[in-house]
Design a protein around this ligand. Structure first.
Ligand code: NAD
Length: 275
């Protein structure tokens, strides 16, 4: 299965679909990522706080480095210039890599007032070539506008919770205005109520596809990058098998009407765990 690439504003490109490893213990990450690589995934999304960079890194050794797109994230306790640079080195060491393809600030924590200084540290890492692309995660309209107004480099990506029950129209419009790619985390709503939605099931039946494949296809057709997670080999295969069918304009409209503005994860305006 070959995944199409999406251009980034910094001149680089990334696969439109990748593999997430949130909540996968370090000793299972190697097996899950190896299975994903066998099924054709080349983009892997981890984070310092997931505590599985070592296991993830072990699996990555099986594939030529220039075929991979590796993302990791800076945790909340490491905001600020010096801590960021140290945390980045520690992530590289755990991954066993000498650069990452994408480094993200995991949460903005607006109440701490540290994300601008932290972003400038990511700019340094990009200048050094050790983070090829840099971006943010969970930035709100307000915090993203602040970065755009006060710093020199436009984030290539904002990785945000996004699925049919939380469609994020406001952030998607702001991203489009500035050439920022939208990356959807929990694109399956963490496998909770979303995948039992009757509309997704009905649309899936019409295409001979599962509700999970419909949810991923919807996000891809909106132009998002998606990073579904599974540790089950059959689902790992199912989640990348989404490039051989197309939702109709009616399907897209119907899924567009499912938006409830409900989150499965924390609210980025207030979340500051670990800081
Ligand atoms: P997800 O929406 O990808 O859902 C994963 C869960 O859905 C699985 O654990 C499983 O229970 C179920 N599932 C997976 N495939 C399925 C299938 N084909 N059919 C039925 N059920 C299926 O949720 P997620 O793991 O929270 O998000 C994906 C990735 O996004 C994470 O692994 C992580 O890399 C990233 N993420 C980032 C942040 C952030 O703050 N930046 C937060 C959460 C997740």
């Amino acid at each position: 299965m070959t995944v199409p690439n999406m251009d980034l504003i910094d001149g680089r490109a990334m696969p439109q679909l990748g593999f997430g490893v949130f909540q996968v213990p370090d000793d299972e990450a190697e097996r899950a990522v190896t299975t994903a690589l066998q099924h054709g995934y080349r983009s892997i999304d981890t984070a310092a706080v997931y505590q599985n960079e070592r296991g993830t890194g072990r699996a990555l050794r099986d594939v030529p480095r220039d075929e991979l797109f590796v993302t990791t994230k800076l945790w909340n306790s490491d905001h600020g210039r010096d801590k960021t640079l140290r945390a980045f080195d520690a992530s590289l060491e755990r991954l066993g890599l000498d650069y990452v393809d994408l480094y993200l600030i995991h949460w903005p924590m607006p109440q701490n007032g540290t994300y601008l200084e932290t972003w400038r540290a990511l700019e340094e890492l990009q200048r050094d070539g050790r983070a090829r692309s840099i971006g943010v995660s969970n930035f709100t309209v307000e915090t993203l506008r602040h970065v755009l107004a006060e710093t020199d480099v436009v984030p290539a990506i904002n990785q945000i919770e996004l699925h049919p029950y939380l469609q994020q129209a406001g952030l998607r419009a702001l991203h489009a205005e500035h050439g920022i790619r939208t990356e959807a985390w929990s694109p399956l709503g963490q496998g909770k109520g979303l995948l039992n939605d009757p509309a997704l099931a009905e649309i899936g039946r019409a295409h001979g596809r599962t509700p999970a494949q419909v949810a991923l296809r919807w996000s891809l057709q909106l132009g998002n990058v998606v990073i579904p997670k599974s540790v089950t080999p059959s689902r790992i295969a199912e989640n990348i098998d989404v490039f051989g069918f197309e939702l109709t304009a009616d399907d897209m409209k119907r899924i567009g009407e499912l938006d409830q503005g409900t989150r499965v994860g924390p609210d980025p305006a207030t979340f500051a765990a670990g800081a």
